[in-house]
Design a protein around this ligand. Structure first.
Ligand SMILES: *[C@@H]1O[C@H](CO)[C@@H](O)[C@H](O)[C@H]1NC(C)=O
Length: 330
């Protein structure tokens, strides 16, 4: 009996050994040379990154970026009008501020801090008024006059076609996951300077067709700013407003009242839309460093200056680093 067990054991052991040897030679070599492989992966990553950036430009026609980018999070397409039950009388809308601050009416929470309710108290009003799908909040065309209180894990906010007049510093407080805010087509004439600055994940701030006369400060995470069709003069931009935004790729300020091209522009910038402003002149160093004629700004391939009084022929030394000449009057 004892011998049988030993034999069986040996059989098992050899099976295991066989399995070990069946590991492909490649895999074992990888384990033996972690340093070499690590270096290889780094190179691969860099290559892939370049490829991705190149492909991006091919897939997305940058000149049509505004139209194409809508619903980039691939949320299910939702018909406007089915978003929120429209109250018959606007006066019956719940008072968001009051509803959100009714701690006395809340039953004492029995759940521990690790298991909060999906939208603890304050998030509820926005998900009654709006449609919450996953972490996206859709408030389009919902007659809003203020930014609603948002669930703390909100990632995307769509509040287009409303009557929002201002964005306050407290409106987005603590929304650490918020990546995109779309407030297209409201009546926003004022945004507190800190309304967006402290949002650590914000990549896209979309504010076209409002009444802004000044831009608020932007977080360093911002990739795309769209403030087309507002009333922003150059004095509405802080000096060097975009210099330190190292992630900024799309800066769309067409149809405003700018007198100058905002400079310096970060190296990350790919698309600068300034058409239909009041730009009459520019500095030789706006796009390229006139002291460094070997400079190449491969990323900055989409500059629009058409619809401005500027005659681009008068600045022949301003474009040498660009992959393409700006669009405009020569
Ligand atoms: C722009 O300036 C150039 C050089 O002075 C001139 O030849 C050209 O006619 C101007 N173009 C326009 C549209 O005014």
């Amino acid at each position: 009996g004892c011998r049988m067990w030993t034999l069986a054991w040996l059989g098992m052991a050899s099976l295991c050994l066989g399995a070990a040897w069946a590991v492909p030679a490649k895999e074992r070599r990888k384990a033996e040379k972690p340093k070499a492989d690590l270096a290889l992966y780094e190179n691969l990553d860099l290559d892939n990154y370049d490829l991705t950036l190149d492909n991006y430009g091919e897939i997305l026609d940058l000149s049509n970026y505004e139209e194409l980018y809508d619903y980039g999070d691939l949320a299910p397409k939702i018909e406007v009008g089915t978003l929120a039950p429209r109250p018959k009388d606007p006066e019956t809308l719940p008072n968001l501020g009051a509803t959100a601050e009714t701690p006395k009416l809340q039953p004492p929470s029995t759940a521990g801090p690790l298991h909060p309710a999906p939208f603890p108290g304050q998030g509820l009003p926005s998900c009654l008024l709006c449609l919450c799908v996953g972490t996206s909040v859709y408030c389009d065309d919902a007659n809003l006059e203020h930014i609603p209180r948002l669930p703390p894990d909100t990632t995307y906010l769509y509040a287009r076609f409303n009557r929002i007049g201002a964005v306050r510093a407290g409106d987005f407080t603590g929304l650490k996951k918020l990546k995109r805010i779309d407030l297209s087509s409201n009546s926003i004439s004022w945004a507190d300077v800190d309304a967006f600055r402290l949002l650590p994940s914000l990549q896209e701030l979309i504010l076209p067709q409002n009444r802004l006369t000044a831009l608020p400060e932007l977080p360093h995470s911002i990739v795309r700013l769209d403030a087309r069709l507002n009333r922003i003069p150059s004095t509405g931009l802080r000096p060097e407003a975009f210099r330190d935004l190292k992630q900024l790729q799309f800066l769309h300020l067409s149809d405003n009242q700018l007198d100058f091209i905002p400079a310096p522009l970060p190296e990350s910038l790919r698309s600068l839309h300034l058409q239909n402003n009041n730009i009459q002149t520019m500095h030789e160093d706006t796009f390229c460093d006139s002291q460094d004629h070997s400079q190449i700004r491969r990323a900055l391939e989409d500059i629009r200056l058409d619809g401005n009084p500027i005659n681009l022929s008068l600045f022949p030394d301003a474009y040498f680093c660009l992959p393409r000449l700006p669009t405009g009057r020569f």
